[in-house]
Design a protein around this ligand. Structure first.
Ligand code: FAD
Length: 317
């Protein structure tokens, strides 16, 4: 079922979360434990992140190094299928430009189609660790909107080489990312919203935000987006604050500001157990205010935060 249907037919604010595929060579058990810890809150769907391959250098011992391509977290498609079958919950795999050629994307789409997984989150993806700025694969894409075009063509029964598909099944539907504090590479908010509008015109049915800790930024963003003529659900992406080290890590990694009240409360804590409690309370307040504003759904970034999300969800749902 499409994400927009799942969140709109819900009377109360829908709950969803995202998970990270396990490291190569480790099992799915830890992931299932996390899902079971959050299942009682009736997730309408579960997102599965995707991670590009990286280059690693093997020391050959003779002064030479061998360059190998390594995908540390493979298995988004398999994890999505395993979870959808095991829990009967819609899964939403992330599909990236980053690290994928058009042909590789086509095989991912074919596998998903065979498995009956038709909801996607379409993203450019992060740059490779060794890159200072994002570089597309040869025969890959620079922006999420180009990937949307490939998916739209696939839905029409057209492969990347222009040949036609004999059988077309349920078409893919998809959402995209958006940034209440602006994407780091965008020169200004208006430009970022301009490109979001293009992604909506190309077929995005909803957008999920980058995490944020200041609801005012989300409300202002939603107002601007509406003024620009964008009328899709803007799903807030939320992550409970957990450790003092995140005071510098979160702004650096996600290019978002932390409100001063939250920062001061964290600085007053003696240890990370106290920080976690501050984070849970902040998150509860954030979610309650978002719910009071009638957001259709709250999407939780659960990586490393399942225990906090349980505390939050127990209070707000
Ligand atoms: P784009 O839509 O391509 O936008 C990137 C920048 O280019 C923006 O500044 C935009 O304004 C601009 N822009 C867009 N289109 C054009 C155009 N046609 N011409 C010129 N400029 C343009 N990363 C991962 O690697 N794996 C994940 O699983 C993952 N999940 C995510 C989930 C969510 C909800 C979010 C918010 C982010 C996620 N990311 C993930 C990170 C994301 O891939 C990065 O933020 C990436 O830098 C941008 O992705 P995008 O899809 O917004 O890119």
């Amino acid at each position: 079922m499409r994400v927009t249907d799942l969140i709109q037919k819900n009377e109360q604010t829908a709950f969803s979360f995202e998970i990270l595929p396990p490291l190569k060579g480790t099992g799915i058990e830890k992931l299932c434990k996390d899902i079971e810890a959050l299942k009682e809150f009736d997730p309408k769907y579960i997102n599965i992140t995707t991670h590009r391959s990286e280059y690693v250098y093997k020391d050959l011992g003779d002064g030479m190094f061998q360059r190998n391509r390594l995908r540390r977290r493979p298995g988004t498609v398999a994890v999505a299928a395993a979870i959808q079958n095991r829990y009967n919950i819609t899964t939403v795999p992330h599909i990236l430009c980053s690290g994928f050629t058009r042909e590789e994307t086509e095989y991912v789409l074919l596998d998903l189609q065979f498995l009956g997984i038709t909801d996607l989150l379409v993203l450019r993806g992060d740059k490779a660790k060794h890159e200072s700025s994002f570089t597309a694969e040869e025969n890959g894409y620079v922006h999420a909107i180009e990937l949307q075009e490939q998916i739209n063509n696939f839905n029409k029964g057209i492969f990347v080489d222009g040949s036609e598909m004999k059988v077309t099944n349920t078409p893919f539907s998809y959402g995209v990312a958006c940034y209440p504090e602006k994407h780091e590479e965008s020169p200004n908010m208006d430009q970022d919203i301009y490109w979001l509008k293009k992604k909506v015109e190309a077929g995005a049915e909803y957008a999920v935000t980058q995490l944020f800790y200041d609801n005012q930024k989300y409300f202002e963003f939603v107002d601007k987006v509406k003024q620009a003529g964008i009328n899709i659900p803007i799903i807030p992406g939320i992550k409970p604050f957990k450790r003092a080290s995140q005071l510098s890590m979160i702004p650096k990694t996600f290019k978002v500001d932390l409100p001063d009240d939250l920062t001061q409360a964290v600085l007053n804590c003696d240890n990370d157990a106290a920080v976690q409690q501050v984070g849970v309370e902040w998150c509860i307040d954030q979610c309650r205010e978002l719910m009071a504003h009638g957001v259709p759904s709250i999407h939780f970034y659960s990586i490393g935060a399942v225990d906090s999300i349980r505390e939050v969800a127990k209070t707000i749902y």
